[in-house]
Each structure stands twice: as structure tokens, then as C-alpha cells.
Design a protein around this ligand. Structure first.
Ligand code: NDP
Length: 307
């Protein structure tokens, strides 16, 4: 029989996670701030815990997926009796509370710094910690297209890998607890860049009445064609050799002005494009105009702010 799992947080994502565990025969205990959502899962065979502490006690593996870091903190505060737990990693009695001996897997979206903070607190309470990033939308959970990134306790990842695979692909990124969040945020940054570009494109086409549905297939094939250039740019970024491949930065900075002018002429806000134009200009000003556009990546590095 499959090992038991607890899922805390039954929003769109938590519900999909709990359903995947249930569908794969894992005895599943659930808890959600708004209890009605637990009842729905209970009708499908889950055990609805009355309190967070009860939910944590029910399974060695506890998955939490709530709105944000503050919500994680609220929920864990409640489980530990309302103390300001995240600030007291060395509190007396550490390791003897409800979390002791469990593995907590936090699949809530957050920053690497938040992941490291939660990791410190969780180990202060005698539990193992994995932080994760879900690279999927709820309907994808449990399908081959879904990927969840994990970092933190390697022993815990190996022990529960089969269970994680129920959610889709499971990728372990090492013991540094913030690493999965870093990958997650980096991938989301790429995604929002793409969304911004798409929104600009359909707004421009729409300025002359071209329906988004008509224009979008061209956007999709163009983006797919351009995505094939990324591995080559990655090599240039790693090696520092940004020799132009037929599309030098100076040319691109000049053409980019046409993107800005066209948006303004067509009555479309150019605000999403302006920072990219400014970055290309900075690249030219820094003497990188003869090279490839990938040379601007170096200009994005401002040095870490620290924890
Ligand atoms: P929802 O808005 O659907 O659900 C939010 C969940 O958080 C609910 O269970 C809600 O409880 C709970 N919650 C909010 N505030 C608190 C609080 N102060 N204390 C306790 N619980 C709280 O969000 P999703 O389920 O879609 O997202 C959950 C996480 O998963 C987020 O971090 C999100 O970034 C991440 N994620 C989501 C994806 C998606 O496409 N949906 C994709 C990848 C990651 P209640 O029911 O009581 O309101």
C-alpha cells in the first residue's frame, strides 16, 4: 500500500495535489483554513483533519501549498500553538513538537530567502524540509507535462521520490533550500517576459482590428522559432564570447526604436517594451554593439542584496 500523505491548503493547486495522491491510492489527510474545501475532498476519500496539528500528526510526509509565505507562517503558527515560531528556531522544546520527525514539503510560491528562512525554522523544530516549485497549472498535476522542482533535505527527497512522482516529474536540485525557488522564479520570469511580449503583439494587431485568435498562431510559431536561439545564447553567456551571429546588438537597438514608435503611433502603451529598449541602448553604450544581443545579460547583474 502507498504511504500516507497530508496536504495543507486546498486552493486550486492544493486540491489538485490532494486529488493526485488520492487517485494513486495514498491515504490522504487534508486541512484547509476554510473547512468546506476539506469536506469536498473527504467525499472523495480523504480524511479531513479538524486542526493543522492533527493534519501534521497524521502522516510522516506533509505537503503545504497555500497562497504565500505569510500564509505558511500563519498555518504553522497555529500548529505550534500560536507562538511566533519562524523567529524562534532555537526555542526551548525544539524537536519535541508536532513537526518533529516529519518531512515538510513547502510547494507555496516564494523567494529563495523565504525558503531558507522556513528551512531554518523547520529544522529548529526537528523536522526535515524540502522547498519546491510547481511548474504546472492545476489541471496538469499528475500528467507527464507537470514538473515539480525540489531542494533541501536529500534524504527526504530520496525517501519520498515515488510519492512525489504521483504529481508529475520530480527534479531534485540539491541541498541548498532556496535553489528550487530560484529556478521557479527564474522560469516564471521567462514566462512573464513571454506573456508581456504576447500581450504587446495582440494589442498591436488589435489596433487595426486583427482578432487575437487570428494573430496568435503566428506568434506561437515565431516564438517557437526564436526559442531555438536560446541554447546558443546560453553558450555565449557562459563563455563570455558574444560574437555576433548575423544580428548584431547595434542593429537591434536601432530597430527597437521602431517597436516603441509603432506602439505609440498605434495608440498602444509602450511601457512593457521601454526597459528592453533602454537595456539594448546601455549595451551599445557599454561598447557591446558589434556583438550579439546576449551581451546585455552581463548588464543585468547588480550583485546580490543579501538575506
Ligand atoms: P488559491 O487562491 O486557489 O488558494 C489559496 C490557498 O491559500 C487556499 O487554500 C487558502 O485558504 C489559503 N490561504 C490564503 N491565505 C491564507 C492564510 N492567511 N492562512 C491560511 N491559509 C491561507 O491559490 P492556488 O491554490 O492556485 O495557489 C497556491 C500556491 O501554489 C501559490 O503559492 C501559487 O503561487 C502556487 N502555484 C499555483 C499555480 C496555479 O496555477 N494555480 C501554479 C504554480 C504554483 P482558504 O480556502 O481558506 O481561502
Amino acid at each position: 500500500s502507498r504511504p500516507p500523505v497530508t496536504v495543507i491548503g486546498l486552493g486550486a493547486m492544493g486540491k489538485a495535489l490532494a486529488e493526485a495522491f488520492l487517485d494513486n491510492g495514498h491515504p490522504t489527510t487534508v486541512w484547509n483554513r476554510t473547512a468546506a474545501r476539506s469536506e469536498e475532498l473527504a467525499a472523495r476519500g480523504a480524511t479531513a483533519a479538524a486542526t493543522v496539528a492533527e493534519a501534521i500528526a497524521a502522516s510522516p510526509l506533509v505537503v503545504i501549498c497555500v497562497l504565500d509565505h505569510a500564509s505558511v507562517r500563519n498555518v504553522l503558527d497555529a500548529a505550534l500553538g500560536g507562538t511566533d515560531v519562524l523567529d524562534t528556531p532555537d526555542a526551548p522544546g525544539s524537536g519535541t513538537g508536532v513537526l518533529a520527525g516529519r518531512t515538510l514539503v513547502n510547494l507555496t510560491n516564494g523567494t529563495p530567502a523565504q525558503a531558507r528562512e522556513t528551512a531554518r525554522w523547520v529544522s529548529g523544530h526537528g523536522a526535515e524540509y524540502l522547498d519546491g516549485g510547481i511548474m504546472a497549472v492545476p489541471p496538469m498535476i499528475g500528467t507527464p507535462g507537470s514538473l515539480v522542482l525540489y531542494s533541501g533535505s536529500q534524504e527526504s527527497f530520496r525517501a519520498h521520490e515515488r510519492t512525489f512522482e504521483v504529481l508529475g516529474g520530480a527534479m531534485y536540485l540539491g541541498a541548498e533550500p532556496g535553489r528550487a525557488a530560484l529556478y521557479d522564479i527564474a522560469l516564471l520570469s521567462a514566462m512573464y517576459g513571454m506573456f508581456g511580449g504576447f500581450f504587446q503583439a495582440v494589442a498591436l494587431a488589435g489596433s487595426e482590428g486583427v482578432p487575437a485568435t487570428e494573430f496568435t498562431p503566428l506568434v506561437v510559431s515565431w516564438l517557437n522559432a526564436m526559442a531555438t536561439a536560446l541554447p546558443g545564447m546560453a553558450e555565449a553567456i557562459d563563455s563570455g564570447d558574444h560574437s555576433a551571429t548575423g544580428s548584431n546588438l547595434r542593429m537591434q537597438a536601432v530597430s527597437f526604436v521602431n517597436l516603441l514608435d509603432t506602439s505609440r503611433d498605434q495608440g498602444v502603451d509602450a511601457g512593457l517594451l521601454e526597459p528592453m529598449g533602454a537595456l539594448l541602448d546601455r549595451g551599445v553604450a557599454a561598447g557591446r554593439g558589434a556583438g550579439d544581443v546576449s551581451g546585455v545579460v552581463d548588464l543585468l547583474r547588480t550583485g546580490p542584496a543579501g538575506d
